[in-house]
Design a protein around this ligand. Structure first.
Ligand code: SAM
Length: 275
């Protein structure tokens, strides 16, 4: 009989977030597949556990997942741990779960720390409906296509971002959603320097230009207000374009784009009628 793959969440910063079930599962499995064995050894040492580790990370997904699946099919039980948080969420766990599902191997997910849920919960933005967007692509074109697909998104949006790319990402979000859009920047969650900055995109950019960002971030961005799109006429939209140009010195194209994002009015009509 085949073994079971356990998806074992690990702390996103605070070691006290290791649950009893996580500890029991790590203790009972035959081996652990770890994204970074050095990170996982620290957790095992903290728990006083000695276990066989195999490496499963972005660059060996294919070969390592086949080897792990062979062992599972041979009856061994495996715990998958990634660097932090819930395996399979924005990390290579996704592929291993897919492969196990295809092979009919049982997969059991233990609930636990996950940066996106922790960030959403503390954001102060609507949590009833949300969409997780992960990391934006590095490639400019893919990034733009991704963001453009979110222009009319009414649900709260959650992004992951690394500190060295934060400013560029905020600038891209600003271009698509407009500077007044609310954002919660959740930094170093559960860690010593945990901070939640609830602000607007334009203010966030000003803040991080002054103080270069450090640490890990979850960005929680409010969706477009549905009632704005219903209430504002094209004529009012054109007026907003003019006001924005006078206030922020934007080109007609950029101002039309931003007001379109904020109101849901068609960009081209705003542009043509503002000429
Ligand atoms: N699987 C993980 C989870 O369940 O959240 C996410 C892995 S993803 C490779 C890493 C990203 O998660 C970071 O770049 C950051 O955006 C976010 N993240 C992880 N830990 C965080 C923390 N303590 N505070 C804020 N963001 C965090």
């Amino acid at each position: 009989m085949a073994g079971t793959l356990y998806l074992v969440p690990t702390p996103i910063g605070n070691l006290s977030d290791l649950s009893q079930r996580v500890i029991d599962t790590l203790a009972k499995v035959d081996f652990i597949a770890a994204e970074d064995t050095r990170v996982s050894i620290k957790i095992l040492n903290h728990l006083g556990l000695k276990k066989k580790l195999v490496s499963y990370y972005r660059h060996n997904v294919e070969s390592s997942s086949i080897a792990i699946v062979q062992r599972l099919l041979g009856g061994e039980n495996c715990a998958l741990v990634t660097d932090a948080g819930t395996p399979a969420i924005s990390d290579p766990g996704e592929q291993l779960v897919q492969l196990c599902a295809e092979e009919g191997i049982d997969v059991v997910a233990l609930p636990g720390p996950c940066a996106l849920i922790t960030g959403l919960a503390v954001s102060g933005l609507p949590t009833g409906r949300f969409t997780f967007e992960g990391f934006l692509a590095m490639n400019k074109k893919n990034r733009k296509t991704h963001l453009q697909s979110l222009v009319g998104e009414e649900r709260t949006m959650i992004f992951y971002e690394a500190p060295h790319k934060l400013l560029a990402t905020l600038e891209d979000l600003n271009e698509v959603f407009g500077g007044e859009r609310r954002i919660a920047l959740c930094r170093e969650l559960t860690k010593l320097h945990e901070e939640v900055r609830r602000t607007t995109l334009v203010e966030a950019i000003a803040c991080y230009r002054e103080n270069p960002p450090k640490g890990e971030f979850v960005l929680v961005v409010e969706g477009v207000q549905p009632q704005v799109a219903e209430k504002i006429t094209l004529e009012e939209g054109v007026k907003l374009v003019t006001e924005l140009r006078e206030r922020d010195g934007l080109s007609l194209k950029d101002a039309a784009k931003r007001i379109a994002a904020e109101t849901g009015l068609p960009k081209n009509e705003l542009y043509q009628n503002s000429l």
